[in-house]
Design a binder for this molecule. Structure first.
Ligand SMILES: Nc1nc2c(c(=O)[nH]1)N[C@H]1C(S)=C(S)[C@@H](COP(=O)(O)O)O[C@H]1N2
Ligand SMILES: [Mo]
Length: 312
């Protein structure tokens, strides 16, 4: 069992987090944030632009700013405060080339080079709603491609019922790994039909640029109808398996964090309701949370015969 559970951290540290976040909002333009966080205040410009096309799957809501998106993050490998990833993740150098190891029930297992994967992909701007299980939300203009494209290439066998995502755990470079709040590496999973769904993407960028490290560089799973923690960051291995994988958060506290974790205003977290959310930069939970985070028309059919109270 982990020493401290996430929601305890949230309640202990929420004041500090919020203060830091408010500072970062006030700082927009005239940076007052200390140290390396300043580098997250401005979009990177040189050679980091991605060629993209727009996507019909985008929401028309107004995206949060680059500052919101890159200074208020959950990425526990770099610390548990919302401001930690913006401070510590830029010091990590994303290994080049980045290899993704494809394993398990597939006709074509092996190591794939991210650059090679991207050669055959058309990158799309996907403006998605993001709902963290802790109750905050943002609108994020991701750049990515459908996970289904990669899955089709590696040809899963008939035994592949789930996909497991295993992220990088670099003990020397990721200060959060010394905290046993979670078991490392961070693991997530999807059922095969969820993984193949056209809304499920692998993001490589945000705001038309290569992902900054704190946003999950170089490869971040994004599943917009699920709580944010399903979206594993810095994915190093993709495993096709017969049995349902055990996610890191489920392992830490299964009563709070189930395998499905579809956004559901009617199913509360043991410590708080999920019926409303704080749409950043507001810190008040005044926005109603929508079933499947508003993507119900597209995904409800995946769960039509399931009890979503039991399969939370
Ligand atoms: N490897 C890894 N992936 C992770 C996390 C993490 O701590 N480690 N946090 C998750 C949580 S709780 C959320 S809300 C999202 C946050 O993504 P963002 O910082 O890009 O908004 O990443 C998810 N993916
Ligand atoms: Mo989250």
């Amino acid at each position: 069992m982990p020493k401290i559970l996430s929601s305890e951290i949230t309640s202990q540290r929420v004041y500090v987090n919020r203060r830091t976040f408010i500072q970062s909002l006030v700082a927009a333009g005239g940076a007052t944030l200390a140290g390396d966080a300043v580098s997250a205040q401005q979009p990177a410009v040189h050679g980091r632009k991605l060629k993209t096309i727009s996507s019909p799957f985008s929401t028309t809501e107004k995206p949060n700013t680059w500052e919101h998106i890159t200074t208020y993050n959950n990425f526990y490998e770099f610390g548990t405060d919302k401001s930690d990833p913006a401070i510590h993740a830029p010091k990590w150098r994303v290994p080049q080339p980045w290899t993704v190891s494809v394993e398990g029930e597939v006709a074509k297992p092996g190591k794939m080079n991210l650059e090679d994967i991207l050669k055959s992909e058309t990158l799309e701007d996907r403006i998605y709603r993001h709902r963290c299980v802790e109750g905050w939300s943002m609108i994020i203009p991701w750049v990515g491609f459908p996970l289904a494209n990669l899955i089709k290439k590696v040809q899963p066998t008939s035994k592949a019922k789930f996909v497991e995502f295993i992220t990088i755990a670099d003990r020397a470079k990721m200060p959060g790994l010394s905290d046993d709040v979670l078991e490392w590496p961070y693991i997530e999973g999807l059922r095969m039909d969820e993984a193949m769904h056209p809304l499920t993407i692998l993001a490589v960028g945000v705001y038309g640029e290569v992902l900054p490290n704190q946003s999950g560089a170089p490869l971040h799973l994004v599943v917009p109808w699920k709580y944010g923690f399903k979206g594993a960051k810095s994915i190093a291995r993709i495993r096709f398996v017969e049995k349902q994988p055990i996610s890191s958060w489920t392992r830490a506290w299964s009563q709070a964090y189930g395998f499905y974790s579809n956004v559901n205003p009617k199913v509360a977290h043991p410590r708080h309701s999920q019926s409303t959310e704080a749409r950043l930069p507001s810190l008040f939970r005044t926005t109603p949370t929508l079933m499947f985070n508003g993507y119900g028309d597209q995904v409800a059919s995946l769960y039509k015969d399931m009890d979503l109270r039991k399969n939370y």
